[in-house]
Design a protein around this ligand. Structure first.
Ligand code: G6P
Ligand code: MG
Length: 214
């Protein structure tokens, strides 16, 4: 039986995936190449450093560790410029309603995000108060698809993995949930999130009943 809900942030609660994409695209363009939206799927849920490594590989570009650090910092500065202007209006449809409903139904909530910017985003969008625990990129050493972020969330909430369901828009995130022994609800396309137990287009398509039926 499900007792706790673990939420990815980017692309599930808020549409920051587009800001990540814009910032990475801009960085790739400054190095003289581009990448597609299909390739961008592979960056979702993946840490900043690992995203950069993938992008450099796509462009066939080699950089030193110092250069990589500078590039990641540059990308993040563009990204932070965008997210510090976010408002509660950018919370994805149905999010506030669903979080309110499951909270009232007695489920515990945790954030499980790879982002080191989660505090800024939750604060700007006024979502922070919903979460009993917050686990983000500042607290984990292994990136999704490693289950560390969700296992940490489950243990902080005091539940076993099988009592938890993860909400994820990323292939790597769904894989992390399954590897951790949790249920996964995919937010996006069924054809992309093939490992998920259920896939919906957004939290606006979910009710408490869906959790009882998992
Ligand atoms: C999320 C996003 C990724 C992003 C990662 C790190 O998982 O889906 O696209 O790279 O967080 O975010 P950060 O804000 O720390 O650069
Ligand atoms: Mg995501």
């Amino acid at each position: 039986q499900i007792k706790a809900c673990l939420f990815d942030l980017d692309g599930v609660l808020v549409d920051t995936a587009v800001y990540h994409y814009q910032a990475w695209k801009r960085l790739a363009n400054t190095m003289g190449f581009d990448f597609t939206e299909v390739q961008n799927e592979q960056l979702k849920g993946v840490s900043r450093v690992e995203s950069l490594n993938k992008i450099l590989a796509w462009g066939g570009v080699t950089k030193t560790d110092t250069e990589k650090e500078e590039l990641a910092t540059l990308k993040n500065s563009w990204y932070v410029d965008m997210i510090t202007k976010m408002t509660p209006a950018e919370v994805l449809p149905g999010t506030v309603e669903f979080l309110t409903a499951i909270h009232q139904a007695g489920y515990k909530l945790a954030l499980g995000s790879a982002s080191k910017n989660s505090a800024t985003i939750l604060e700007r969008t006024q979502l922070a108060h919903f979460f009993d625990e917050i686990v983000d990129g500042n607290m984990v050493t292994k990136s999704k698809p490693d289950p560390e972020v969700f296992l940490k969330g489950a243990s902080l909430l005091g539940f076993k993995p099988e009592e938890c369901v993860v909400f994820e828009d990323a292939v790597a995130g769904v894989e992390a949930a399954k590897r951790g022994g949790m249920k996964a609800i995919g937010i996006g396309e069924k054809s992309v999130l093939t490992e998920a137990d259920k896939v919906v287009s957004g939290l606006d398509k979910l009710t408490v009943k869906d959790l009882e039926e998992l």
